[in-house]
Structure formats: C-alpha cells, structure tokens
Design a protein around this ligand. Structure first.
Ligand code: B12
Ligand code: SF4
Length: 435
C-alpha cells in the first residue's frame, strides 16, 4: 500500500507547475519533522512518500491509495482544497497536525479520518481499520511514552532545506498561556524522550549544528541538566526555544554553554507586565529581560526574541517601548507577531464570545495579520506599527550595526547565522510590501 504525506504551502511560497522554489526562502525551510515523524509512525509494510508544496508541485495523478495531509491553521484552506481534489479521484484522505486536532469538526467535513494529536499512537490503528473496511472519522488515542523512532529523513529532499539536523527531545508544555496552540494541543502535558535515546539520535547527525524544535527544552530542569551533561562529549553546537527564566539558574546556563548552546529562541511575548499577567504568562517578568539577555550574551549565546503585539493590556506606547528595548537589550533577531486568536485556544473562545474576531479566513492566521479588534488601539494602528517595528529592526543600518556589535560576544558562525536570519526576514518583508 502506498501512503503520500502532503505539506500544503501558502500561496506566496507554493511551487506550482515548473516554477522553482525560491532559493532565498530556504532560510525559513527547515525541519519537516511533522511529516517525517508521521512517516516513521506508519506501519512498516506501507510505502511512504512526502511532498512539500514549498519545494515541489503536487501531482494530483499520483498512484497512492491513502493521502495524509499535515497542516496548521494558516494552510487549512489549502489543505481542504487538496483533499477535495484527491477525494474526487477516489483517494482516502487523512488529516493531522495543529488545525485538525484543534478543529476536528470542521476538518472532518473535508476528509475520511482526522488524527487528533500525535501520529505515533493513531496511525497504526487508522491503517488497520482502513484495511478492514472500518475506517472511523476521528482517531484520538493518547500517546503515552515519547520514544525514538527510526528516522525517515531520507524521504525529503535535503538540499532544499536550510537544515534538517533537527531533533525533538520533549513534547508539549505545562503552562497555560491563553493564546498558545501548544498548550491547547498538548492539554498542558509534557513528555520527555529517554535521554539515552536523544543522545543516540544526536550521534546520527553528521552536522556540527543541531536544532531542537522543542517548545521548552528546560521545563523539567533536572532532565535538561542531565541531557546537557551527556551532550558535552558530543561536541555539537545547538539551538533551541528556551524560556527566559532559565537565566535565573546559573548552573543550568553554564551547562547549556558547556554542551554547545549557541543560540536561543526566547518567548518574551511582551514588555507590558499587565499583558503578561493577563495572558497566563505571569512567570515572565519583563523587568528582568535585559539582565536575562546579558546573561545569555556573556556565555556566547545569541538571542532570537519573540514578541507579540496587541494584547488587551497593551497601550499605544507598547510599540516604541518594544523598539527601544530591542536596541538597548541587543536582541540579535526578532520574531514579531500580531496577537492571533488561533481556533481551539482559550483566547479564541474569549474573543469570539466578545464578537471581536472580524476575520475568520484561516489563511490570514499566519501571525502577521490583524484578525481581531484590539482593546486599546485600532486594528489599523496595530497593523501599521507592527510593520514599522519590523521595518526598523530589519533595516540595513540596524542589521549591520547589530552584526558589528555581535563580534563582542558571539562566535563568527553565529554572527553569520543571525545575519542570514535578518536577511531572510528582510526579504520576506520586502516581498510582502512592508518595507
Ligand atoms: C519548527 C516549527 C516551524 C518551522 C518549521 C516548520 C516545518 N515545516 O517543519 C518554521 C520556522 C518554518 C515554522 C514556521 C511557521 N510556523 Co511553526 N512551528 C514549529 C514548531 C516549533 C515545531 C513543529 C514540529 O516539527 N513539531 C514536531 C512534530 C513531530 O509535531 P507535530 O507537527 O505536532 O506533528 C505531530 C502531530 O501533530 C501529528 N501530525 C502532524 N501532521 C500529521 C499528518 C497526518 C496525516 C497525521 C496522521 C498526523 C499528523 O503527528 C505528528 C507526530 O506526532 C511548532 C510547535 C510544535 N511544538 O509543534 C510551531 C507551530 C506549528 N508553528 C506555528 C506557526 C503559526 C507557524 C507560522 C504560520 C508562523 C510563524 N511566524 O512562525 C509559520 C508557517 C511557515 C510555513 N510556511 O510552514 C504554530 C501553529 C499554530 C496553529 N494553530 O496553526 C505552532 C504550533 C507554534 C505556536 N507557538 O503556536 N514553524
Ligand atoms: S507560550 Fe510557551 S510557555 Fe506558554 S503555553 Fe505556549 S509553549 Fe508554554
């Protein structure tokens, strides 16, 4: 039996016909772990293929019996379009990923089966039921033990991605930030892969640089410390999402450095403590942010800061505050997003009840569009200043000035990476007409 897993792409990056995938956007094409992990979970006797629409067109005449589609909210409309075309050709379509898990009722209208949550605990049952002619609409078997599977990285076109040296040691997060899809998807649970299996997996990666795609690698501090200790002899450089409070534990920070950490993605979210408190992220203290960044920098660790604009407690001064902070704290790269009420989150429920969501075209849920009425500013002000901050942060003068200052605390390789990330963002902003 043949199973093809499809990753739909946004219109602006989609490869259609003989059009080539933009090589410059490669900087944002990495990982593919969702599809790879689904492939690895499929029964051994099933032949699996992965098609990523960001790098190749979909052949709607392919010979597979079952089509799997993996998608987030922003690419749900495209996923439904693809599913409809395949179903018209008699194929069986199964859905998985963030959007179908959080919106199973909507998703189930366009497919034959929805996998809620992890593929590992569901896909075997889906195939078994299909073979027996008993396919159900919803599969939601919980995944109890997070274990290493044989990698199926060979199924993707490696050269088309910035990096595929990606690993996941933990899944989920126990916190309850009201805007967060991860908290909704994992129902505030946190699973850890056995450390020996993570180490074995790292050993299979040839590249010096590895990327953890975990949402919070240090949620269980003891696990993290043991993992970092075991990673020291591997002599790798690594990058991960990390919560800012890691900088309150010097032993943990030193272990991160010793084990080769060179860059972190930190969810600062907001400089307004009121906003943090009211969104469930009161454990972040904005008064501590500058010191936290300094502590990372002292250990040669670069910081990609993630900030969200448009919380109900954000006042109009949040824009200039954020812009000034980015410069003063020497944030090395920025992921700035507009507060987005993703379906399935408590934020969506609240704003929907208050009738503040004016745009339910999921295509616009890519964190850069304003889809709701903010409380203390207009939607236009939010959109305008969001673009202004990005434009200023990624102006050539700021990129160059940042890169020069980074020689004081970062390794040249990381200076180059942060430059490439900035260049990639600039390209994206230009393409979208923000600058
Ligand atoms: C790495 C990552 C990226 C990378 C790489 C993405 C990629 N194509 O591989 C980059 C930086 C490119 C990226 C970009 C974006 N991302 Co992103 N990303 C992640 C992150 C951190 C990890 C994804 C991952 O590999 N997970 C590991 C795999 C194994 O887990 P999984 O994806 O959940 O898959 C499992 C199940 O869902 C299920 N499953 C998944 N698909 C399928 C399909 C079938 C058929 C079946 C049966 C099962 C199944 O089985 C899998 C194995 O258990 C997640 C957060 C997270 N923890 O997942 C955010 C996340 C998925 N991203 C998100 C968003 C919003 C985006 C962007 C739209 C916006 C942005 N600015 O970041 C862009 C879109 C870009 C694009 N064109 O694709 C949101 C999605 C929210 C939502 N409700 O839609 C998340 C949840 C982050 C968040 N904090 O909210 N992302
Ligand atoms: S925003 Fe971060 S800390 Fe909050 S629930 Fe989501 S993953 Fe956890």
């Amino acid at each position: 039996m043949k199973f093809v897993i499809i990753c739909p792409a946004a219109k602006e990056f989609r490869v259609v016909g003989r059009k080539k995938a933009s090589s410059r956007m490669k900087i944002f094409r990495f990982s593919m772990l969702s599809a790879i992990q689904v492939a690895a979970s499929a029964p051994q006797d099933v032949e699996v293929e992965i098609i990523d629409e960001n790098v190749e067109p979909i052949n709607f005449n392919l010979d597979a019996e079952i089509i799997g589609i993996s998608f987030m909210t922003f690419n749900a409309p495209r996923a439904y379009e693809i599913a409809t075309k395949f179903r018209a050709k008699g194929k069986v379509v199964i859905f998985g990923g963030y959007h179908p898990t959080l919106m199973p009722e909507e998703a189930s209208k366009y497919c034959d089966a929805v996998c809620i949550g992890d593929a590992e605990s569901n896909i075997g049952k889906i195939f078994k039921d299909y073979k027996n002619g008993k396919l159900k609409k919803i599969y939601a078997y919980p995944y109890k033990e997070f274990r290493r599977l044989n990698s199926k990285k060979n199924l993707i076109k490696n050269s088309k991605y910035f990096t595929t040296s990606v690993i996941q040691a933990t899944r989920g997060c126990c916190n309850k930030c009201e805007f967060c899809s991860i908290s909704a998807f994992y129902k505030q649970s946190y699973k850890k892969k056995p450390i020996e299996e993570v180490i074995e997996e790292i050993k299979t990666i040839k590249r010096k640089q590895i990327l953890f795609i975990d949402d919070n690698l240090v949620m269980d501090v003891n696990y993290a410390k043991r993992l970092f200790e075991k990673m020291i002899p591997l002599n790798k450089n690594w990058y991960s999402q990390i919560e800012v409070n890691v900088t309150r534990d010097n032993e943990l920070l030193d272990l991160m450095k010793k084990s080769g950490c060179r860059g972190v993605f930190v969810g600062f979210e907001s400089l307004s403590q009121d906003s943090l408190n009211n969104t469930g992220k009161n454990f972040n203290k904005s008064s501590f942010y500058k010191e936290a960044v300094k502590k990372f920098h002292e250990r040669g660790i670069g910081v990609l800061g993630a900030f969200v604009l448009g919380f109900d407690h954000d006042k109009i001064d949040i824009f200039n505050k954020t812009l000034n902070f980015l410069k003063e704290a020497r944030i090395d790269a920025l992921q700035l997003t507009v507060l987005t009420p993703f379906p399935g989150t408590p934020l969506f429920k609240k704003m929907d009840k208050e009738k503040r969501i004016f745009d339910k075209n999921w295509e616009n849920y890519d964190l850069s569009n304003v889809v709701m009425k903010p409380a203390n500013m207009t939607a236009e002000e939010l959109s305008r200043d969001y673009k202004r901050i990005l434009g200023e942060f990624y102006s050539w003068s700021r990129i160059i000035s940042r890169s020069l200052k980074q020689f004081l605390y970062l390794h040249p390789t990381e200076i180059l990476y942060f430059f490439l990330v900035s260049y990639g963002y600039r390209y994206k902003l230009k393409k979208r007409g923000y600058i």
